[in-house]
Design a protein around this ligand. Structure first.
Ligand SMILES: *Cc1c(COP(=O)(O)O)cnc(C)c1O
Length: 447
């Protein structure tokens, strides 16, 4: 019998049956029913390539139907250190034995308290309050509601949201409104609110973005941006200088700056948070994906004290009216606490720097290759656009590429003709060779 599951972002009429994943370890997914044989979890996080990887590599390369996939997109951008980091697994087990779930209005628990304190410590300066939710989309919804609540409670009529062209902030109605419009949300357009859209600050066209922001910021509620790199919009990179200038314009006009670091947070761009590279701090910061190391759903929206203070009152109508059933789930918080301990105790920054350097090395061979355009990198993320012969073909190239990569033992999911590599930080040099060999082979076939 075929599965009753309706998968996300999947056209079932054009897609083969979903691949059953049995096990994950480090940068690898086992798609055979028997599970990873003889590989201990602890081996995944050493500095050296471990034997299971070497054999997996050989196996994946030699097979048309691989039994393992190299997870080169970190399971949709969430897995940071690698699958099943032993410390996160242990924290989840221990917490499951203590407290599974509890109401978070009027109640609290130690994992949530610890994570909040640790986040305030490592977050950009000036963020003093932590609001939990359970996905990137909800962290952005919370940020937008905080911004609107701030102005309302201050008696100001500032409700307009400013966002970037090609932005992606989630798939709920509020976040879709802030995100780029297109075929993905055309059916829901009647439900979406208007935002002021700024052109993407591509290199050489930054001034246009800044000029338009200067006009739009007057009386607006907030500017929301993905700092330094727009993810789902096509891995589009812009300079830290622009982010710094946008921040200054927001400060001048009083417009709140919301940074959506749902993808960029926890090391992806080479620093813990992308905004560090611009030397700026937002008024509101959205975190999710890598917050638990990618192990369990958890999100946090951090804000400056003024925003909390605007909701602090004996007048109950000023309450921040937001909750979801699983706000600050204790097991997810325990996983996040373990993740933050890993950042504190393990050489994660060194791993990220080494990965960034290895990624750059592999890009060098591709930069002169005429089959690729816009070969680019930010921290641990690389992206390139495959030149495909005709636009009609473009519509089909992403799923075709994905199938091709799958057969090569690599999980990559191109955005249109944009191929990007966003691996977990434990990925080895040999693993990356497998990825880039597959990309070159794909260029031979499709470009
Ligand atoms: C993934 C993503 C979101 C949405 O996160 P979900 O957990 O999928 O709801 C929001 N913003 C950015 C920048 C993202 O990459």
């Amino acid at each position: 019998m075929s599965s009753p599951i309706w998968h996300p972002f999947t056209q079932h009429a054009l897609t083969p049956d979903a691949t059953l994943v049995a096990r994950g370890e480090g940068a690898w997914l086992d798609i055979s029913p028997s599970g990873l044989r003889g590989a201990g979890a602890a081996t995944a996080f050493g500095q050296q390539a471990s034997p299971p990887y070497a054999s997996a590599l050989a196996r994946a390369q030699g097979e048309a139907n691989p039994t393992r996939l190299l997870d080169a997109i970190s399971s949709w951008w969430v897995i940071t250190h690698g699958h099943r980091h032993p410390r996160i697994v242990e924290a989840i087990k221990q917490q499951a034995d203590q407290l599974d779930q509890v109401i978070f209005a009027n109640f609290t628990h130690q994992p949530a308290e610890d994570v909040a304190r640790a986040l305030i410590e490592i977050a950009p300066q000036g963020l003093t309050r932590v609001f939990y939710s359970d996905s990137g989309s909800t962290s952005v919804e919370v940020a937008l509601k905080m911004a609107l609540g701030f102005w309302k409670n201050n008696g100001k009529d500032r409700t307009r949201i400013i966002a970037l062209e090609h932005a992606y902030h989630g798939d709920t109605v509020g976040t879709m409104s802030a995100g780029a419009r297109g075929v993905y949300n055309a059916a829901y357009a009647p439900l979406l609110y208007d935002v002021i859209r700024l052109p993407f600050p591509a290199a050489g066209r930054e001034q246009q973005t800044l000029d338009q922001l200067r006009l739009a910021a007057q009386g607006a509620a907030a500017l929301i941006v993905e700092p330094l790199i727009l993810g789902a919009g096509g891995m589009l990179i812009y300079s830290p200088d622009v982010l710094r200038d946008m921040t200054a314009i927001c400060r001048d006009s009083g417009t709140l700056l919301i940074l959506d670091e749902v993808m960029t947070g926890f090391g992806r761009t080479g620093t813990l948070f992308a905004c560090e590279q611009a030397g700026i701090a937002p008024d509101i910061l959205c975190l999710a994906k890598g917050l638990s190391g990618g192990s369990l759903p958890l999100a946090a929206t951090l804000c400056r004290e003024e925003i909390f203070a605007a909701h602090y009152s004996t007048d109950r109508s000023r309450t921040f009216f937001h909750s979801s059933s699983f706000t600050a789930n204790p097991i997810a918080c325990a996983a996040a606490r373990a993740n933050l301990e890993i950042w504190r105790d393990e050489p994660v920054r060194d791993r990220i720097a080494a990965l960034a350097a290895r990624q750059e090395e592999r890009l060098t061979r591709l930069r002169g290759d005429r089959r690729f355009e816009n070969v680019r990198r930010l921290g641990t993320i690389t992206a390139l656009d495959l030149k495909v012969p005709d636009a009609g073909y473009l519509a089909n190239v992403a799923p075709e590429l994905m199938k091709f990569f799958h057969a090569s033992g690599v999980l990559l999911r191109p955005l249109g003709n944009t191929i990007y590599v966003m691996p977990p930080y434990c990925v080895t040099a040999q693993d990356l060779d497998l990825v880039y060999d597959a990309i070159l082979a794909a260029a031979g076939k499709f470009a």
